[in-house]
Design a protein around this ligand. Structure first.
Ligand SMILES: C[S@@+](CC[C@H](N)C(=O)[O-])C[C@H]1O[C@@H](n2cnc3c(N)ncnc32)[C@H](O)[C@@H]1O
Length: 215
């Protein structure tokens, strides 16, 4: 791409950011990302987060969701943020850098839980898009399968998952997989999610499986 095209693309991006009311509000409130409003909306509507909850935030950088969760927890609660990218420290948030789909990273999360089970798994993970539909769908599925396998080891019976998905051919298969493990599965498009984006959130509540491992 030519340098002038790059320049006009980044000017369009920064104009859009400045016009966006969620970006302005996030800056005013000291949040690192506008995506915090997607989580706060779901939290208010579905009473997702309780002060004593044990929570993991997958795909946490730059830290909007993790910081929001930390403000909702008491000192009995716990939030661990995981991302491929380095994250600046956030007060009250345990941070792990690595690829969540790797068993070694999942082991690190389990170690940080000190033998407790999770009440809530949050995932805002966005895999890098290659543009090749079959590859991108396989990646999206791999992430969701990893989350479900991780739930088998760490999520409390009756626990909850809120996970980002992209509308596409793998969508209904993923929804079905969650339907097998959870009593209730809903698809949510929060107001702060851009209408032109294919992203939606799947809220799976009432985990029906007893976790297999608890250290
Ligand atoms: C949209 S951002 C998350 C924004 C975040 N919820 C916030 O409020 O600041 C998506 C993140 O997912 C991360 N990600 C994608 N695949 C991942 C993986 N396999 N393991 C860990 N993080 C991943 C990316 O590095 C990126 O930082």
């Amino acid at each position: 791409m030519s340098r002038s095209r790059n320049k006009s693309k980044s000017r369009a991006w920064s104009n859009r950011q400045n016009r966006d009311r969620y970006v302005r509000e996030a800056r005013t409130l000291g949040y690192r990302a506008r995506s915090v409003f997607k989580l706060s909306e779901v939290d208010r509507k579905y009473r997702l987060i309780k002060p004593s909850h044990q929570i993991v935030d997958l795909g946490a950088a730059p830290g909007g969701w993790s910081k929001y969760v930390a403000t909702r927890l008491s000192d009995r609660g716990r939030i661990i943020g995981v991302d491929l990218l380095e994250m600046k420290p956030i007060h009250g948030v345990g941070i792990i850098q690595g690829d969540f789909t790797q068993p070694s990273v999942q082991e690190q999360i389990i170690d940080c839980l000190d033998g407790q089970l999770l009440d809530l798994v949050l995932s805002d993970m966005s895999p890098n898009i290659s543009g090749i539909a079959t590859i991108d769908q396989a990646k999206a599925e791999e992430i969701q399968v990893s989350i479900l396998e991780f739930c088998c080891m760490t999520l409390k019976s009756s626990g909850t998952v809120l996970t980002k998905l992209f509308a596409g051919s793998s969508f209904s298969g993923i929804q079905q997989m969650y339907g097998m493990g959870f009593a209730q599965v809903s698809v949510i498009k929060p107001a702060a999610s851009r209408s032109e984006s294919r992203e939606v959130y799947l809220l799976a509540r009432g985990y029906r499986i007893r976790p297999q491992r608890h250290r």
